[in-house]
Ligand binder design. Structure first.
Ligand SMILES: [Zn+2]
Length: 426
């Protein structure tokens, strides 16, 4: 197949911006072939090498970025974002569990998969780590839809066997045989990977957590995806349920659930000991600012995670936006309340290569560079007049990007490519 040639401004990161200057080309040609980026060069070099710039699609009014990576999101919660008036434990009972109960119907679950993926593509998200529901078919339908679109997705069946409505609980087998089958069916199939997904320590017995840890041993390379230290009421409940554990993080560690491929959403109230334990195990804490503000959970101090793995995510539907731009804007405000100004380069690195590295996919996605999978977005500001005006008065790339983060959202994602194919165009 003939390569695609895109001519545009182009920005990506080869490492944290504190140590690696951003890779920025004001006039670049990006070549895509068979789902991969095969070359990135300046238009001048492209032309000097004897190529014809007329063969490129002209996107010079856009900024190409690597697709955003959402390190924590819930598939069954697409209808409950912006649900009023509760904090975590009541929010689960009032909104999340009823929404997930509907996923018992396979046809219903299947009908939600495409809209869920489209909501992510519209926001410029090209890879995600997603909770499904406790029903094994909810993982099947989401994996099938992701496979059909070519999206890189990490997902898994939720494990719960206590403290949730009876119709959402795993039975005597603890949901483990179903998880095993799903791993065998989906993990490593194309761009799909599986995450063993105990919801959180409150909703699993020690036996179920031990079974989950065993899955991570039996299937090296699978992810572990869960929640940790989000809300004071939750933390008190965990201490009551696991009196022998020295901390919330220690509960997971006792069951072998702190692995280098473990993702723990929130981690707001972790002690220094817990953070050190996570660092020792190589596990990732996922910063979910819109969710943490919306549910009143607290303000994550990201400056305490300088030597640890930290990712960033929307946490829809506790989070209130599919847009990583909006998520970074709220993240900036959370940091401000902690006395830190999160730079636009650092924030955009976090949502792209930073998250890719946290997911152990930093050699595959998260950059616009030869050999990387072609997950890209084109940003354009003229769909938001206030932003467009602000950008017109920006005197540096950094200032422009900060405006895009603070004033932008999914409306300024003009196009999204997954695996080299356009999956959304505005
Ligand atoms: Zn969550």
């Amino acid at each position: 197949m003939a390569p695609k040639l895109l001519r545009s401004r182009c920005l990506s990161f080869s490492g944290p911006p504190e140590t690696h200057a951003p890779d920025y080309l004001p006039d670049a040609v990006v070549e895509i072939r068979d789902g991969f980026i095969t070359s990135v060069q300046s238009a001048a070099d492209f032309s000097t090498a004897g190529h014809n710039l007329d063969h490129c699609e002209d996107l010079r009014d856009c900024l190409l970025l690597p697709g955003f990576i959402d390190a924590h999101i819930h598939f069954p919660q697409l209808h409950i974002l912006a649900s009023f008036g509760t904090q975590l434990m009541d929010w689960l009972d009032s909104y999340a569990f009823p929404a997930e109960t509907k996923f018992a119907d396979r046809d219903y679950a299947e009908a939600q998969a495409e809209p869920f993926l489209q909501a992510m593509f519209a926001a410029g998200t090209t890879c995600a780590a997603a909770f499904t529901s406790v029903h094994p078919h909810s993982t099947d339908v989401l994996m099938q839809a992701a496979h059909a679109s070519g999206m890189r997705l990490i997902a898994g069946k939720v494990l719960m066997n206590r403290h949730a409505p009876p119709e959402l609980l795993d039975g005597k087998d603890l949901g483990l045989p179903a998880s095993r089958q799903l791993i065998e069916r989906w993990h490593g199939s194309g761009r799909l990977q599986y995450a063993v997904t105990p919801r959180f320590a409150v909703t699993s017995t020690p036996q179920q957590l031990a079974g989950a840890g065993q899955l991570a041993v039996d299937f090296p390379g699978v992810y572990v995806h869960s929640h940790l230290s989000e809300n004071p009421g939750e933390i008190a409940e965990v201490a009551k349920l696991f009196p022998d554990a020295s901390s919330y993080a220690d509960v997971y560690d006792r069951f072998g659930l702190l692995t280098p491929r473990s993702l723990y959403a929130h981690g707001i109230h972790l002690s220094d000991e817990e953070r050190n334990l996570l660092a020792e195990r190589g596990s990732t804490v996922v910063f979910c600012p819109t969710s943490n503000l919306f549910l009143g959970s607290g303000l994550l101090e990201i400056n305490r995670f300088q030597n640890q793995k930290l990712a960033v995510a929307t946490d829809v539907g506790g989070g209130t936006s599919y847009s990583l731009l909006t998520t970074l804007a709220e993240g900036y405000k959370v940091c401000q309340l902690n006395g830190l100004s999160w730079s636009p380069f650092a924030a955009l690195y976090a949502a792209t290569l930073g998250n890719a590295r946290a997911l152990d996919l930093g050699d595959v996605i998260g950059r616009i560079a030869p050999g990387y999978e072609a997950d890209l977005i084109a940003l354009k500001t003229d769909t938001i007049p206030v932003l467009d005006n602000r950008v017109a008065h920006a005197s540096s790339l950094e200032e422009e990007l900060f405006a895009c983060i603070m004033l932008g959202d999914e409306r300024c994602v003009a196009r999204t490519w997954v695996n080299g194919n356009v999956v959304m165009e505005r």
